[in-house]
Every structure is written in structure tokens, then in C-alpha cells.
Design a protein. Structure first.
Lengths: 109, 109
DNA sequence: TATTTGCGTAACCGAATGATTACGCTTATA
DNA sequence: TATAAGCGTAATCATTCGGTTACGCAAATA
């Protein structure tokens, strides 16, 4: 069972949960109310987010408050950030492919 | 079949392919040589990357050159970027959860 | 022209994913 | 103390995922 940040944020519901928790700490039930799926399904998503270190719990009585741990998004951020230069330099599209190919060819081979 | 950037970069092999193509345009076979899995498996990953707009092909003879389209990483970048402020403000960990909870309580309710 | 190369794709398979229902355990409340 | 509320988890299921092998086709080459 792979369990990393990339896999955690691959699911749209889990991304939505993160968005919710970024605003406010919420109990499991109050999260579940915002989605169409069942509460146990939400519990599972929360478990995955917890295992990936993106959220944590704080128990208060019979309630479980979930809060975000945004720091653990950093690895994913760093990975994507590497390519920022590429897209900002417009090294994209077919034209740039040609440019790139030509310059590579001229320089390297 | 969900097919978006987040799902595309969820797989470590696909991330590695993107890393390779960020440096250099490569044929399908030359990509496959860098991994332990079979060429058809690589073809499938490439197909997914293509469907998500992260790469494209250019046919030359019987070879198929793959090149990156980094622009389509931007939506994922933007999504994560939203939380940068959160982790930079150290609104993380149990302590900050408590701070947040208290300030929320004082201000809102 | 016969063969090799580069590749896509179909068929198949086991494992993972995401959902459900059913149940049980704590904790709060009537 | 009986009941309700808040939650986790087990069992189950259909679907998706990621891999394989087998095959076929177009383009290059002998």
C-alpha cells in the first residue's frame, strides 16, 4: 500500500477535505456532512490523510477534531516547483519542442 | 476513469518520466530502458500522461519522441501553493492547532 | 523482398481503491 | 441507568490500477 503525499492528494475528496481544514478545525461528522458519501468513507479518507501526515486529530470528549498539517505538502510542492522554470520560460508546446530539439542537437551531438 | 494532473503525478514512475522529459526529449524505447518494467507498461504510463496533457508526441519515422508540456502542471501547483502561507506561518503542529482553536473561539463565537 | 525495429494495444491478472452496510465501543445526555 | 451521539473498523463488493505476455502493424534495413 503506497502512502505518500502525491497519492493522498490524488483523490478529489481528500483535496476538498484539506481545503475545508485549511479554514477551520472540524470534527469528523461535520466534515462528513459536507459530502455525499457516507461517514465511514470519510473516516477512511481521514485515515489516509493522517497516515500521510497531512492532518492530525485531537480528541475532545466523544468528538474528534481534525486539523491540517500543511507542512507535509511541501515535498509535493517542491517537486512541482522544479518545473515552474520550464513553464514560465514557455518551454512548452510543439514550437518549443522543436527549439529545444534543435539546440540540444547543436550543442550536444 | 478519472484523468487529471493529480492522478497523473500520483504514480512515482510517471513522476520519474516527467523528470526525464524535463531534461530531454526521448523516444518511447529510450524511456523504457531507464526503468525495470516492460515497454508496454511504459506505453501505458505515457498514454496517461498524454491524456492529462503533461506530455505530447512527435512522430519521426518509426520513432515517437515524447516531450513535456509543463504548463499543465500549473493547476496542481496552484492548488498546493494555496497552502504555502499556512506552512510558512507555521500554522502547523499541535501547538499551532491550539493557538488556532483558541483564536477562532475568541474571535468568532 | 524478407527481416528487424519501434511501437500500440488487446487480453489477462492480482492487488489496490473507494464505496457500502453492519456492528461495537466510548462518551454524553435524558 | 437507558439511550443517543460520535466515531472506528470489519466484511464485502465493484471498479480501477499497474503490470505482464502475445500479437500486429508501419517504417527502416539487409
Amino acid at each position: 500500500m503506497r502512502r505518500d503525499v502525491f497519492q493522498a492528494i490524488a483523490d478529489p475528496i481528500r483535496r476538498d477535505i484539506i481545503e475545508l481544514l485549511a479554514e477551520k478545525t472540524l470534527t469528523v461528522n461535520s466534515i462528513a456532512e459536507k459530502f455525499e458519501i457516507s461517514r465511514p468513507a470519510i473516516s477512511k479518507h481521514l485515515k489516509i490523510l493522517k497516515e500521510c501526515g497531512l492532518i492530525n486529530y485531537k480528541k475532545e470528549g466523544r468528538e474528534r477534531f481534525c486539523f491540517i498539517q500543511p507542512k507535509n505538502l511541501i515535498p509535493a510542492f517542491i517537486w512541482i516547483e522544479k518545473y515552474r522554470e520550464l513553464w514560465e520560460d514557455k518551454l512548452d508546446s510543439f514550437d518549443s519542442y522543436l527549439n529545444k530539439l534543435q539546440s540540444k542537437t547543436n550543442q550536444n551531438e
